[in-house]
Design a protein around this ligand. Structure first.
Ligand code: ZN
Length: 350
């Protein structure tokens, strides 16, 4: 079981998910689900590090030697018919080593995703050559590629019902149906899915499917300080000094927008990264080596207006661009100082 491989790492004292800052409670709960090998859905808005967190889980896995059969069979535990037959006849198969990164398989949930993408497909030409029920005619899908690793299923609730049902069959019975074929799936993987509860273009997940998972609710970074660190860590550094106070000002404004009752969709962490990078770029265009308040003000609309959605009660009265610039003006009035004094200080002739 994968959880056995993970357990020694999971109980370590140090932070084993270093790419995610903060979110201590989520990290704790995630460790607890992994220890018992349960499947997880990370629920939360986009851009808060759900993918990174799942990748960090795979990074905890050591390299593993598998047979090069397309199903990642462990030499000691053959799963596919080829490897099973080879074991019976005492033949050894070509092996390969999977790194931790290769033990992470990503599936992007979308209305177009087909059961065949997930499970695999029968190749009609090979079926004619080898016979329709022969394993040679079957091309394994993502689930088999994730065997002995982490299957990351992004935006599970954007998948059609048919796909959700086949996933349920895999989780419940270890079986899947492709056309008129039943495919046995005795694969060993940890399934980490994500779901954005605010996405309106989604299918409802059935209660029986949800019953196969534990849900962890993730939210935006709790503190301004944490989000500032994320900007320094993940944002592109263009070699321009970004005064710490000014970055705090940007992040505080974004936190205030997130708390605004008129917003249906709030600005993500990518909005913070956008301000961080674009303000530096503006400083370069103005031939300065330090970001000023003006560099931020210039990009507020371009970075933020399309990243928010106003509630119906407001959106007929105001468009997002005007809303963002008005809110920024209000914020400026409430937090004086940066727009005048600090700007002059920040100006260093380039
Ligand atoms: Zn195999």
């Amino acid at each position: 079981m994968i959880s056995k491989e993970l357990q020694p790492k999971l109980v370590e004292k140090q932070d084993i998910f270093p790419d995610i800052l903060g979110q201590d409670s989520i990290k704790h709960h995630l460790k607890s689900t992994l220890i018992c090998g349960r499947h997880v859905i990370l629920v939360g808005p986009p851009g808060i590090g759900k993918t990174t967190l799942a990748r960090d889980v795979a990074n905890l896995l050591p390299n593993v030697k598998v047979n090069d059969c397309g199903f990642n069979c462990l030499p000691t535990k053959p799963l596919c018919p080829c490897c099973k037959a080879a074991k019976i006849h005492n033949k050894s198969l070509k092996a390969k080593t999977l790194s931790s990164a290769e033990r992470f398989i990503r599936v992007q949930g979308s209305p177009d995703l087909a059961v065949e993408d997930l499970i695999g497909d029968i190749d009609p030409i090979k079926a004619l050559k080898f016979g329709p029920l022969s394993i040679e005619a079957f091309t394994p899908g993502k689930i088999f590629k994730a065997n002995n690793g982490v299957l990351f299923f992004d935006e599970l609730n954007r998948c059609p019902e048919k796909l959700q049902n086949s996933l349920l069959q895999v989780l419940e019975e270890g079986k899947a149906t492709i056309g008129s074929y039943d495919v046995d799936i005795n694969v060993n993987f940890i399934l980490i899915a994500t779901m954005n509860p605010k996405d309106s273009s989604t299918e409802r997940l059935s209660n029986v499917l949800l019953d196969r998972f534990d849900l962890l609710y993730m939210d935006y970074p709790e503190k301004v300080e944490i989000e500032k660190k994320i900007a320094y860590m993940k944002g592109v550094d263009l070699g321009i000094k970004f005064p710490d106070g000014l970055l705090g000002y940007c992040v505080s404004f974004i936190h205030e927008l997130r708390a605004n009752d008129n917003l249906e969709q709030k600005p993500s962490v990518r909005a913070t990264l956008g301000l961080y990078e674009r303000a530096q770029a503006n400083a370069i265009l103005h031939k300065r080596k330090t970001v000023t308040f003006g560099d931020i003000q210039e990009v507020i609309e371009s970075v933020l207006a399309h990243r928010i959605k106003l509630k119906p009660s407001v959106k007929y009265l105001q468009d997002p661009t005007k809303f963002v610039s008005q809110e920024f003006e209000n914020f400026k009035v409430k937090n004086p100082g940066f727009s005048s004094a600090k700007e002059k200080k920040g100006e260093v002739p380039g």
